[in-house]
Write a protein that binds this ligand. Structure first.
Ligand code: PHB
Length: 399
């Protein structure tokens, strides 16, 4: 990182989150140079708490780039998960229904490993690089102007990739009249906690409790991650620790009283709003969007990181082909093909969200529909299989 960043590269990547970093690694393996510009300092990127479920394809990508050693040591493969409602539980056995499992390995850890690998390789990754403008994307020499270390710099590239999240500057380089935006804001948020206590269940539990959604997850054999549905605008500090445990305990309760929630010291509390957003197209000239810069899903389906990685797997292939042969077919196909997966995941995330949350603006009809959906999953193997296929993720090209 101490060497000055080059002024020219093949691919300028705006954003050093998992999408941008993974793309840089995949491109390097295909002989394509890139520079990653990240607006935040390294410690901020490395401590951001996000979801933690990796689909098989995401695990494969981490293996391909060589960021798999800690995941294999500390990640937790899961064969299934549980849905809980009306005082009982239904297990969805992904391994049996689909032949695949998922990996619990936090996005924070994925990001740390991708950063460490990039720096170890001595490849350009600039933190605290505030991107000011992305220009000339309609020409064959686009550029990115950014501020770093008190000075302004310009990075010239053949292609710019905007992997800078939903509020990043890249998307602004696409003229407003060419963009379509689809959005759904849900009338609730998640209060998430980390706690120093062993998980109460060895698999994840997604619950539709009497007073709302709850999720029991984990970060390690000794760290619990859990969430409860709260009203939008909730201040996480307004919830006392015991009140959070009481609420979790109530929402996970089973009629046969067999479930016991283990409580422990809460080390982190935060509130995440729930929204869905899709921006189309994901390409304009020499600018390609990837990950949250183009689409946001609510965390209920655990798809955010997986979609970002799926985007850049397709994009790396397409760009490598284009640099090697100048054949434009794959780069032309990028936006329409990844958007199909994005919409599949958006629908799945919406389904999980509406089925498991109590809508404060909803009526008894909505509630009966959600319960009917859960009953169907409980009683029909094909309904469970459809859910499991979506949850563990569809293969590239299968959407
Ligand atoms: C998490 O562990 O943070 C997590 C797991 C599954 C989800 C969302 C978040 O659907």
């Amino acid at each position: 990182m101490s060497a000055p960043a080059p002024e020219r590269t093949q691919v300028a990547i705006v954003g050093g989150g998992p999408a941008g970093l993974m793309l840089a690694h995949l491109l390097r393996l295909r002989g394509v140079d890139s520079v990653v510009l990240e607006s935040r300092p390294r410690d901020r990127v490395e401590t951001r708490q996000r979801a933690g479920i990796l689909e098989h394809g995401t695990v494969e990508a981490l293996r391909e780039v060589g960021a798999d050693a800690r995941m294999d040591e500390l990640g937790m493969p899961h064969d299934g998960f549980e849905l809980r409602f009306a005082g009982r539980g239904v297990r969805v056995d992904m391994q049996e229904l689909t032949g695949e499992r998922v990996m619990i390995w936090a996005q924070t850890e994925v990001t740390k490993d991708l950063i460490a690998l990039r720096l170890e390789q001595g490849e350009p990754l600039v933190f605290d690089a505030e991107v000011l403008t992305v220009s000339d994307v309609e020409t064959d020499s686009p550029s990115v102007r950014y501020r770093h270390g008190g000075a302004e710099h310009v990075l010239h590239a053949d292609v710019v990739v905007g992997a800078d999240g939903s509020y990043g500057p890249s998307r602004r380089a696409i003229p407003e009249h060419l963009l379509r935006r689809f959005e759904r804001v849900y009338p609730y948020s998640w209060l998430g906690i980390l706690a120093d206590v062993a998980p109460s269940s060895h698999e994840l539990i997604y619950a539709r409790g009497r007073t709302g959604f709850a999720l029991a997850s984990m970060r390690s054999p000794s760290v619990t991650r859990a969430y409860i549905q709260v009203p939008n605008g909730t201040d996480p500090q307004s919830w006392a620790d015991e009140a959070i445990w009481d609420e979790l305990s109530d929402r996970f309760a089973l009629d046969d009283r067999s479930f016991r929630l283990a409580r422990g010291p809460i080390t982190d509390k935060s509130v995440t709003p729930m929204r869905s957003m899709v921006t189309e197209p994901m390409r304009h000239g020499r600018l390609f969007l990837a990950g949250d810069a183009a689409h946001i899903v609510p965390p209920t389906g655990a798809k955010g990181l997986n979609l970002a990685v799926a985007d850049v797997r397709v994009l790396a292939e397409a760009l490598a082909e284009w640099f090697a042969t100048k054949d434009e077919r794959l780069i032309d196909a990028y936006s329409p093909s990844v958007l199909r997966r994005v919409w599949r995941a958006s629908h799945f995330s919406w389904t999980m969200t509406t089925m498991l949350h109590v809508d404060p603006d909803g009526d008894p009809f909505d509630e009966q529909l959600a319960l009917s959906h859960l009953h169907h999953i409980e009683t029909s193997e094909s309904a469970r299989r459809a859910l499991a296929e979506n949850y563990r993720g569809l293969a590239l090209g299968a959407v």
